[in-house]
Design a protein around this ligand. Structure first.
Ligand code: ADP
Ligand code: MG
Length: 468
């Protein structure tokens, strides 16, 4: 294939991905965010997209990265990831899919979706604060099993009752197990059943961002008012505000104000309240006052159920053997399970052949290998910390001294090598660091390995231990 046609293909894939996103997310979200994306290149198995500012990047990563990846993979099953980088040369991304930046189209104001916009009514899926609700994430589409039945039942109670059954509802569990799904489902349900109730769903990162922005613009009154006048406030991934003292403080006040007024608060996190690191004691204890529901890792039955539901919804014939195989093999989380199914479906459509066990194994060989190994970032951090004789908490800490920074870089490097996680995901696991920090760590470790044989041996040893 010539470079030219390959490039053309990628361009037309990108045009289709944009088209689908636009249809799914609605005009407002598209204009505010997705239009700013520019396709830079496809490097290996990664698509690189650029946006003009860091804020836009963070927002796109936290809200659309997974969807972008899934849609790209549906176009091109060989792709593994989508990276969004900041490139201030890339001004407004032209909607026609050209990769050239056009200065004349530059929108100097970074989109500010946080203030309810007049036109937000255009998009049924955009809630008050502009955080798009994903139409696929409803209670109907949530498959219930032993591992998530408590969380499901609690979420449904909160959504369905006119009063506040428990406050807050605290949902926690590992990544990709359905926390965000349940929160969106609550929002959809309330919107349908009691449209007069004001519901806000947002990520903790966004809460933090808005707070910092309000501080900067000396606009904190308006900020507080917006949050304190809602009926249901849902904040996703609250572990991201731990350690951020002033945001935590503001969150605490908002939280207390709402709970005191008997408004429903729903929180999600990757850990139980008492295990949240860097969170103040009073906050931890307050978060645990209502109902704490954890989502356990999936069981085989649940994974199979989810695959069946999804294949049925997509009306795609998938042999039971393939489903069973996937449910057996992809045990990490539901997100990967869905990704696997999407990939084999896309592949079969592309080559025009039915899905078989053989093609499944072929198409998913990298994913299957990663799941076989099943090394987690936490494990890597623990091992590396032990090896270099530092505290595991230093993996997340802000300390920059060489004695901790170097092991941290090694752990980031191994996380990139041994897990299917993206750079931003890895960064988050290391005390909320930026993906460029991870990129730098990977490069640095590569350099050192080349320059220093005993360092290279150390890294190799760690890798073997972890893979073992
Ligand atoms: P989390 O927020 O816990 O990291 P998500 O809610 O984003 O996880 O879930 C990841 C993906 O898996 C989503 O696409 C979601 O729809 C899907 N998912 C998770 N649990 C279930 C379930 N029980 N039934 C159907 N889909 C699920
Ligand atoms: Mg989530």
């Amino acid at each position: 294939m010539t470079v030219q046609t390959q490039n053309e293909q990628i361009q037309s894939q990108w045009a289709r991905v944009r088209g689908k996103l636009r249809a799914e997310m609605g005009e407002t979200a598209y204009r505010n965010w997705l239009k700013k994306l520019t396709l830079l290149q496809v490097r290996g198995q990664e698509v690189e997209l650029a946006v003009p500012t860091r804020f836009v990047r963070d927002w796109i990563i936290s809200h659309y990265q997974d969807r972008l990846r899934t849609l790209w993979q549906a176009e091109n099953p060989t792709l593994r990831g989508v990276e969004v980088i900041v490139d201030s040369n890339c001004l407004a991304g032209p909607a026609d899919g050209k990769t050239t930046a056009r200065a004349a189209e530059m929108d100097p104001s970074v989109a500010a979706p946080e203030i309810a916009r007049k036109d937000s009514a255009e998009t049924p899926a955009a809630n008050f604060f502009g955080a798009a609700l994903d139409p696929r994430l409803t209670f109907e589409d949530f498959v219930v099993g032993k591992s998530n039945e408590l969380a499901y039942a609690a979420a449904y109670r909160v959504a369905d009752s006119k009063t506040v059954p428990f406050n807050p509802l605290f949902l926690y569990g590992g990544v990709g197990l359905g926390k965000t799904h349940l929160m969106h489902a609550i929002a959809w349900h309330i919107r349908k059943k009691s449209p007069e109730r004001r519901v806000i769903y947002l990520s903790a990162e966004k809460f933090m961002y808005q707070f910092v922005r309000a501080l900067r613009d000396k606009n904190t009154m308006a900020f507080k008012e917006q949050f304190r006048s809602v009926d249901v406030l849902m904040i996703d991934d609250v572990q991201f505000i731990s350690g951020k003292d002033s945001t935590q403080e503001e969150f605490f006040h908002t939280f207390n104000a709402l709970v005191d007024q008997n408004r429903q608060v729903v929180i999600s996190a990757d850990k139980s309240p008492s295990d949240l690191e860097g969170m103040e004691e009073r906050m931890k204890s307050r978060l645990g006052w209502g109902l704490v529901a954890d989502i356990h890792p999936t069981t085989y039955e649940l994974r199979l159920g989810i695959l069946q539901a999804k294949a049925e919804r997509m009306k795609i014939e998938t042999p039971p053997k393939v489903m069973e195989f996937l449910a057996h093999k992809i045990t990490s989380n539901v997100r990967e399970l869905e990704g696997a199914l999407n990939r084999i479906m896309a592949h079969s459509q592309l080559v025009g052949r039915p899905i078989t066990l053989e093609t499944t194994q072929e198409v998913l060989h990298d994913l299957l290998r990663a799941n076989d190994r099943r090394v987690t970032i936490e494990e890597i951090q623990k091992r590396v910390a032990e090896h270099f004789n530092i505290k595991v908490s230093d993996m997340h800490s802000a300390r920059r001294s060489r004695a901790v920074a170097r092991p941290r870089q090694v752990a980031m490097y191994l996380a990139k090598q041994l897990t299917p996680r993206s750079l931003p995901e890895i960064g988050r696991k290391f005390g909320g660091r930026d993906h460029t920090t991870v990129m730098h760590a990977v490069r640095k470790v590569d350099e050192l390995r080349a320059a220093d044989a005993s360092f290279a041996e150390d890294v190799e040893l760690l890798r073997r231990m972890l893979e073992g």
